[in-house]
Design a binder for this molecule. Structure first.
Ligand code: ASP
Length: 582
């Protein structure tokens, strides 16, 4: 037997018991006549003592030969610890070792296995299995497992059935590039890895399964933005005979359950705002509502004076920065430089200080008097002591820029408290989105999303105005879930494909199977998918999803531990019969 107890469970109540422990040598301290070894496993650390007087000098010699991360088994007796360590649960006892067995030796690890390690990101990723021995990574993986279990518990209890869908499939458009897999048996043909199980879950509804979920890997070959993974996990869900309201209620239920079980947070009900309202109030379709600084549109009060920058702008919009009047001129200049960085792209920033005596001092005093500036304060909700920051220009651009500033300032002001949770639904998304480069419309969510009732007619006359039965669940400024009510009628689906630029032949070749299925009694249906990696990271109070994935890929999509992707050998390549000259 390798162990009678684990390294985290012995207490004073075990004193005088004979025990067997196994684990890794965490640390050794040698005092000459006595040596201590911290033995570590998944559950904690137990101090072992090797004592010349109480045991033997041979044992002490053995203790000295143990290197960091050796795997050992010890037999011994639990005794009272002379100098107690209140910082660890086993800190009142130690194990007086009577026998040590080295189960495996270890090379010196390339970084310290400590909460605060000396290893950089790259080296930790190369030796991820050692990184996982560290508490922070281990705890994150345990936390993730807990979240997944709660998801399964809740959804199963609500009558959802977990169904696995295939991984070798045909393209499912979610707006990214497919990863493809050549088929050896079907020369010259390829599978695509699912960007999501979208079409399959819809077919399960046609199959009558009614409530489906799956915790599932999805694959998207995107140029990697910071903290995106080419393979990631979704909690994918679909329901039949539902309207938007049913879906929102069902998955608000799941999210509340997770917040309650995992974080002990009770949230009564989630606010809902439309996409248009989100853009107007926060310049963002995934607003962080843990703090205010809502947008105030200033066109009416700031245009038609002599300030041409504002007069020629489509939108003049500002936010009130709480306490911002304390910023020095230099700090405000720096902020202006910040919004002018190419990543944000504003042309400049106008500001107005709100002084404690109720007066204002702006960067455009030449054009605006106290009365004008008082109106700015009114519209942006600024109070004495605040700073009003104003951007202007093209409506869409300026909203995005001001949203970036709002988030940056909130971060600096410490308003983004990771232990506070502010979920909301954003609903009524546009059905289509104009691709500025090609001038074509594409589906904002995906091509299976249903327009809102009565809006189909608008598709011809004003495609950009058509709203969809599509919704996102937003948590602390992150989109953690998104879904829609689907089209379940073959004709409407064909019309949709036509508007998205598919010829009938292309639509048939790619999605004929779905449209065929719609001819056999497809029920009304809809669903949602949550990004599990991001959800877990946010619930864990952290930003980076990599820290919650056992074996993540780096920013170039590489797994540096197994060194993938990698070339394949000639024989394997030959078998695939790829005709590579295109
Ligand atoms: N398949 C969608 C996605 O991956 C989610 C959904 O519509 O249910 O974003």
């Amino acid at each position: 037997m390798y162990r009678s107890h684990n390294c985290g469970e012995l207490r004073e109540s075990h004193i005088n018991q004979k025990v067997t422990l196994s684990g890794w040598v965490h640390k050794t301290r040698d005092k000459g006549f006595v040596a201590w070894v911290d033995l570590r496993d998944r559950y904690g650390i137990t101090q072992l003592v090797f004592d010349e007087d109480r045991t033997s000098s041979k044992l002490l010699e053995q203790a000295r030969s143990l290197g960091r991360e050796f795997v050992v088994q010890v037999n011994g007796e639990v005794i009272q610890r002379a100098s107690k360590n209140p910082n660890i649960p086993t800190g009142n006892i130690e194990v007086l070792v009577e026998e040590v067995i080295v189960l495996n030796e270890s090379k010196t690890p390339p970084f310290t296995i400590e909460d605060e390690t000396d290893g950089g990101e790259d080296i930790r990723m190369k030796y991820r299995y050692l990184d996982i021995r560290r508490n922070p990574v281990k705890e994150n993986l345990i936390f993730r497992s807990k979240v997944a279990i709660e998801v399964r518990k809740y959804l199963s209890e609500e009558g959802f059935i977990e169904v696995e869908t295939p991984v070798l499939i045909k393209s499912t458009p979610e707006g990214a590039r497919d990863f493809v897999v050549p088929s050896r048996m079907n020369e010259g043909q390829f599978y695509a890895l699912p960007q999501s199980p979208q079409t399959f879950k819809q077919l399960l509804m046609v199959g009558g399964l009614d409530k489906y979920f799956q915790i599932v890997k999805c694959f998207r070959d995107e140029d990697l933005r910071a903290d995106r993974q080419p393979e990631f996990t979704q909690i994918d869900c679909e329901m039949a005979f539902v309207e938007q309201e049913d879906i929102l209620n069902a998955f608000e239920g799941l999210t509340k359950h997770l917040l309650k079980e995992i974080k002990g947070v009770d949230i009564e009900s989630f606010p809902r705002i439309t996409f248009d309202e989100a853009m107007k109030r926060f310049g963002n379709d995934k607003p962080d509502i843990r703090f205010g600084m809502e947008f105030g549109e200033l066109n009416e009060v700031a245009q038609h004076k002599d300030f041409n920058v504002f007069n020629s702008a489509e939108l003049v919009v500002g936010i009130a920065v709480p306490g911002g009047n304390s910023y020095t001129r230099k700090e405000i200049d720096k902020l202006t430089d910040w919004v002018k960085r190419p990543q944000v792209g504003a042309l400049g920033m106008v500001y107005s200080r709100c002084n404690d005596d109720g007066s204002f001092k702006s960067s455009v005093d030449k054009f605006y008097d106290q009365e004008d500036l008082a109106k700015w304060a009114d519209v942006t909700g600024a109070k004495a002591g605040d700073l009003i920051c104003v951007l202007s220009g093209d409506q869409n651009k300026v909203r995005t820029q001001l949203s970036a500033l709002r988030m940056e300032l909130a971060e600096r002001l410490g308003l983004r408290n990771p232990e506070e949770f502010a979920p909301l639904w954003v609903i009524d998304f546009p059905l289509l989105e104009l691709d500025e480069e090609t001038g074509h419309y594409h589906a904002m969510h995906h091509p299976f999303t249903s327009p809102k009732p009565g809006q189909l007619e608008l598709l011809d006359s004003d495609p950009g105005a058509v709203r969809a039965n599509a919704y996102d669940l937003v948590l602390n400024g992150n989109e953690i879930g998104g879904g829609s009510i689907r089209i379940h009628d073959k004709e409407i689906q064909s019309t949709m494909f036509k508007h998205l630029g598919f010829t009938p032949e292309e639509a048939k070749a790619q999605f004929g199977f779905l449209m065929d299925a719609f001819q056999y009694g497809a029920p009304p249906h809809g669903g949602i998918a949550f990004g599990l990696d991001r959800l877990v990271a946010i619930l864990g109070g952290q930003e980076t999803i990599r820290d919650f994935i056992a074996f993540p890929k780096n920013n170039s999509g590489r797994d540096v531990m197994i060194d993938a992707p990698a070339p394949i050998d000639k024989e394997q390549l030959k078998e695939l019969n790829l005709k590579l000259d295109i």
